[in-house]
Design a protein around this ligand. Structure first.
Ligand code: ZN
Length: 231
C-alpha cells in the first residue's frame, strides 16, 4: 500500500478506535499517545553526557554552538518504539506531541540563547514523497508551538538522497552528507540565530553539514536539538 495513503488511513483509524499506547499497546483513556508507565521509562540525557557528546560531535568551537538532545536512544526501548512509530507507522502527530515536550525542555535549557528561526533537517524530496511527511518537521512544529519561534521549512533543502546512514562510520557519514544541502533563499540567514531540529542525532555529521550552510550564508549561530541522542 502507498505509504502516504497508509499514513492517512492510520490517522483516520486513530480517530475512531480507542487510543492505544504506541509503545505497549495498552488502552489509554486520555488524549496522549504514550501511557504514563512507558513515559517513565524514557531516559533523559544527563548534563555530563550532554556536554561530553557535544564536544565529541561538534568540538569546542565548532559550527554548532550548543546541543540539546532530550532522551537517550537505545534499541528495544520505549524511545526507539516511539521514533519508529513516528517515522514508519505514520504516527506523525506523535512527532508534534513529542516536539512540544522537547520545546518545554528547551525553555529551561536555552537560557539567554534566543533563536529566531526553527529549521527541521529536510528529507530528500523522493524520500519525503514516499513517507508522506518529514518527521523532523512535525517535531519542529511542536517545538515552535511552545517557543513561539517561526518554523522555516523552506530555508534549506536536501538535493540528493543520502540513504540510510545506520551502518556508516563518522567519516563515512561526513563524506555521505557532504554538499547534500543547499539554500534557495541564502539571504534569509544573514545575522540569524538558528535552532536546527532532528529526530535522532547520532554522529552529528548531518547537523554539522546543515550548520555549514547556515554559516556560509551569514547565520550568527546554530543550536541543535533532537528527541533522541544515539551513540
Ligand atoms: Zn505504554
Amino acid at each position: 500500500m502507498n505509504v502516504a495513503f497508509n499514513s492517512i488511513l492510520n490517522s483516520l483509524l486513530d480517530v475512531f478506535l480507542p487510543a492505544e499506547c504506541i509503545c505497549c499497546a495498552n488502552i489509554i483513556h486520555d488524549n496522549r499517545f504514550i501511557c504514563p508507565d512507558c513515559l517513565q521509562n524514557f531516559q533523559p540525557v544527563p548534563e555530563t553526557l550532554r556536554l561530553f557528546e557535544k564536544k565529541k560531535k561538534f568540538g569546542d568551537k565548532g559550527l554548532v554552538q550548543d546541543f540539546f538532545p532530550l532522551y537517550i536512544f537505545e534499541n528495544h526501548t520505549e524511545i526507539q518504539k516511539t521514533i519508529h512509530a513516528i517515522k514508519y507507522n505514520g504516527k506523525y502527530l506523535v512527532g508534534r506531541s513529542m516536539g512540544r515536550m522537547l520545546g518545554q525542555a528547551l525553555i529551561k535549557q536555552l537560557g539567554s540563547l534566543t533563536p529566531e528561526a526553527i529549521i527541521p533537517v529536510p528529507l530528500y524530496k523522493y524520500r519525503r514523497f514516499e513517507r508522506g511527511f518529514n518527521q523532523s518537521e512535525y517535531i519542529a512544529e511542536g517545538v515552535s508551538d511552545i517557543l513561539h519561534i517561526p518554523l522555516q521549512t523552506r530555508w534549506i533543502k536536501r538535493i540528493r538522497n543520502t540513504g540510510t546512514q545506520t551502518h556508516l562510520s563518522l567519516e563515512e557519514r561526513q563524506e555521505n552528507v557532504r554538499n547534500a544541502f543547499v539554500s534557495p533563499c541564502p539571504q534569509n540567514f544573514e545575522g540569524k540565530h538558528i535552532l536546527l531540529i532532528d529526530d535522532v542525532i547520532t554522529t552529528g555529521a548531518t547537523i554539522s553539514e546543515c550548520a555549514k550552510i547556515f554559516h556560509k550564508h551569514g547565520a550568527t549561530s546554530t543550536i541543535a536539538a533532537s528527541l533522541a541522542l544515539a551513540e
